[in-house]
Design a protein around this ligand. Structure first.
Ligand code: SAM
Length: 374
């Protein structure tokens, strides 16, 4: 197969399906593989009723750890092959598997960016009090190699860090590597026709939302080799990304398709990573040509008696010499740096007031945006 099965769910064994995906064609991979939990017998609550953890057949098909490592190496090799040089990959796992998966990834040449702790705010209790309550899973975020220029929507990540105290008052802080998110429950949890939870390890959409929003762009292709209830596809669709989902179990696929039908694109600043868009670079010449500045007009250095005139080359004339406005600001301010940001230091007269050059630049930028949007 040469063309990519964009926005499709492929049924089958990932080990085979991944081989049909072309080299270096995927922007983002999210993998939530079998955990090989090694649970034996039934899990029971202290009151005696059964608890369905991850005791599924698909998780218990491995003869031993070597068998699990062999399986994991095969699919991870394929993921490494299909990932674009500037793409990235997230792998989630619990203590039973994440160390093996991480070791294989490093052997294959993946370069680790972060490991993230998903701290479950409502973890399943350790029913019999025999060990610590297992309240987290680990995610590894990695690139194909060290040189990769992967997507990281840094400011979008800050916008998603909304648990900080003064978020509502406009404060923003870097998103850290411990994410406190509840496990999937309530209406979000898919149920089968008898009302029982459909899948034991359905991941919360808020976890995928963070991952896809910060490490991909609109229109990117997100692939999930172990699709389950199609959480990755649902969030990818909501955020305007394309998806390719692989899953062996037809029942999960059928429910997942129905789930996807009800998802709409959410045309939000987070989806579009608007916070990370670089403002248009603007020169004085461009502002002169667009009529926002005038040749010969005086530029006043804020809070000083100094002024200079704007020349037709987009430079400033001061005491008979021609200067770059950033260098002249630094010189007259006796700054230690050779250049200051002139847009923040020079003012021009408009009517009776003096206006900071930066404000004129913002006016130019908004008019340019209106113009370029037609
Ligand atoms: C941990 S679950 C993924 C859950 C998913 N992230 C979600 O939110 O619903 C792993 C899934 O991989 C599927 N699976 C296991 N081995 C597979 C294989 N070799 N090929 C394709 N799917 C497989 C299982 O059926 C299961 O649904």
């Amino acid at each position: 197969m040469n063309t990519l099965p964009i926005n499709q769910i492929l049924q089958g064994n990932s080990l085979e399906l991944l081989q049909t995906i072309p080299d270096s064609s995927i922007d983002l991979i999210f993998a939530d593989p079998p955990y090989f939990m090694r649970t034996e017998g039934k899990l029971q609550r202290p009151e005696g009723n059964d608890f369905s953890g991850c005791d599924d057949v698909w998780d218990n098909v491995f003869a031993d750890n070597a068998d699990y490592v062999h399986f994991s190496r095969l699919w991870l090799e394929q993921c490494h092959r299909i990932l674009k040089p500037n793409g990235s990959m997230w792998v989630i796992g619990a203590m039973q598997c994440i160390y093996s998966l991480g070791a294989i990834m490093q052997e294959l040449g993946f370069w680790f960016i972060n490991d993230v702790i998903w701290h479950k705010s409502n973890p399943t209790p350790n029913f019999h009090g025999t060990r610590l309550n297992n309240a987290h899973e680990t995610l590894i975020w990695a690139t194909k190699d060290k040189k990769s220029k992967y997507t990281f929507n840094y400011k979008t990540a800050k916008e998603l860090n909304c648990e900080i105290v003064n978020f509502e008052n406009g404060e923003r802080k870097q998103l850290g590597s411990v994410w406190r998110i509840p496990v999937c429950s309530g209406n979000e949890r898919l149920k089968d026709s008898s009302g029982k939870k459909l899948h034991n390890t359905q991941k919360p959409e808020s976890l995928l939302y963070r991952i896809i929003a910060i490490s991909s762009q609109m229109g990117d292709i997100v692939l999930d080799p172990f699709g389950g209830t199609m959480t990755t596809a649902a969030v990818a669709k909501r955020l305007g990304r394309n998806y390719i989902m692989l899953e062996r179990d037809l029942r999960y696929i059928q429910y997942g398709k129905r789930r996807l039908d009800s998802v709409c694109f959410d045309n939000s600043p987070i989806a579009k990573a608007e916070f990370d868009k670089k403002p248009l670079k603007v020169s004085l010449n461009q502002m002169i040509m667009a009529g926002f500045l005038h040749i010969g007009e005086p530029f006043y250095l804020k809070n000083t008696p100094f002024w200079a005139s704007l020349t037709n080359m987009g430079k400033l004339e001061f005491e008979g010499q021609i200067y770059d406005m950033h260098a002249l600001a630094a010189l007259l301010k006796q700054a230690r740096a050779e250049r200051l940001n002139g847009f923040m230091y020079w003012e021009v007269k408009r009517g009776d007031s003096q206006i900071l050059l930066n404000n004129i630049r913002e006016q130019y930028r908004s008019s340019f945006e209106i113009y370029s949007k037609g």
